[in-house]
Design a protein around this ligand. Structure first.
Ligand code: ADP
Length: 307
């Protein structure tokens, strides 16, 4: 195999109570990427459609992630990348992560899978470092492992793939304003109180238990973030209204996707996910900011080969 085309899923990081340590992959929202082997030991980005992003290897997250993989590989050649960009950058649903994860996953396939998923996450994190000044893994881990993924430790990277209840749907509204991840990190405090910590780790434990037990009610009770959401939500027009209305129509929970501006809600069943989508559309059409709404199952596979 000398060429592969892959689907690179969008991802929701943090999932309310798991700041920097939890994320999930989406099934029906993502980019496409074609990667082919070339004889020169380099990464070349030959084409990007859908968005104006840098073609220079060192400025594109897929190039940087690919170079990290090449540096650890005994493969004598390199790769050429074409990106069909569907996820807007700065949307908060892992645009940079989709490119980083997709590139290294595809390269690993072309090389006969010499690297583990954990190693692929480490390479892809170099792309995240370029995009947001921090090598966070809560988007690239679910993009590579699929489903929900927990980053138990960054010191010695430890990723725990988590089970996905079969009827879990995500509804995402993307207001068409851009919030840069590194900017939205700057407004956060760097210390929290003990009381805030207790709430947050109680909820994170609850959410993970809910995933293992298929307990949708427990998932809903745990989807809270009392630390970061109050600070970041002020950057998102209509956040409180969207959230109140989504929960009123039956969403299990609702919060900021990654660093925003996208807002996500989780629901039990497609029908409820659609009701939440309708509620988000209705709320947002009154606000006057253009938006897109996505309804998606949780993607349990992660990046996948499509040709
Ligand atoms: P998101 O959270 O949606 O990934 P970020 O603000 O974290 O958005 O990252 C986007 C940044 O990464 C932008 O500055 C963008 O120019 C840069 N970037 C470089 N290469 C890519 C790529 N292939 N896909 C998306 N963003 C990229």
């Amino acid at each position: 195999m000398t060429e592969i085309k892959v689907f690179c899923p969008a991802t929701i990081a943090n999932v309310s109570c798991g700041f920097d340590v939890l994320g999930l992959a989406l099934e029906s929202v993502g980019d496409f990427m074609t990667v082919r082997k070339i004889p020169e030991k380099t990464i070349r980005i030959s084409r990007i459609v859908g968005q104006n992003l840098p073609l220079e290897t060192e400025k594109n997250v897929s190039g940087v992630a690919g170079l990290a993989l090449l540096a650890k590989s005994d493969y004598v050649g390199g790769f050429e990348i074409e990106i069909d960009k569907r996820i807007k950058s700065g949307s908060g649903i892992g645009s940079s992560a989709a490119s980083s994860a997709g590139a290294v996953w595809a390269m690993n396939e072309l090389l006969g899978k010499p690297f583990s998923k954990l190693e692929l996450v480490e390479f892809a994190m170099q792309g995240e470092l370029l995009a947001s000044d921090m090598a966070h893994a809560d988007n690239v881990a679910p993009a590579i492992y699929g489903g929900f993924a927990l980053v138990r430790s960054y010191d010695s990277l430890d990723i725990i793939p988590l089970p996905t209840p079969a009827e879990l749907y995500a509804t995402v509204i993307h207001p068409q304003i851009e919030i840069n991840t590194s900017d939205s990190r700057k407004i956060l405090r760097t210390s929290i109180s003990l009381a805030q910590g207790i709430q947050q780790w109680g909820n994170l434990g609850g959410l993970i238990s809910g995933l293992y037990q298929n307990d949708y009610n427990l998932i809903g009770r745990s989807l809270h973030d009392h630390i970061f959401e109050p600070i970041r939500s002020v950057l998102i027009p209509g956040f409180d209204e969207v959230k109140t209305n989504a929960i009123e129509v039956g969403a299990l929970g609702c919060g900021i996707s990654g660093s925003g501006p996208s807002i996500f809600a989780l629901s039990k069943g497609k029908h409820m996910g659609q009701r939440v989508a309708d509620s988000m559309k209705e709320t947002y059409s009154k606000i006057g900011v253009p938006f897109q709404v996505h309804l998606s199952k949780v993607n349990t596979q992660g990046v996948k080969k499509i040709a």
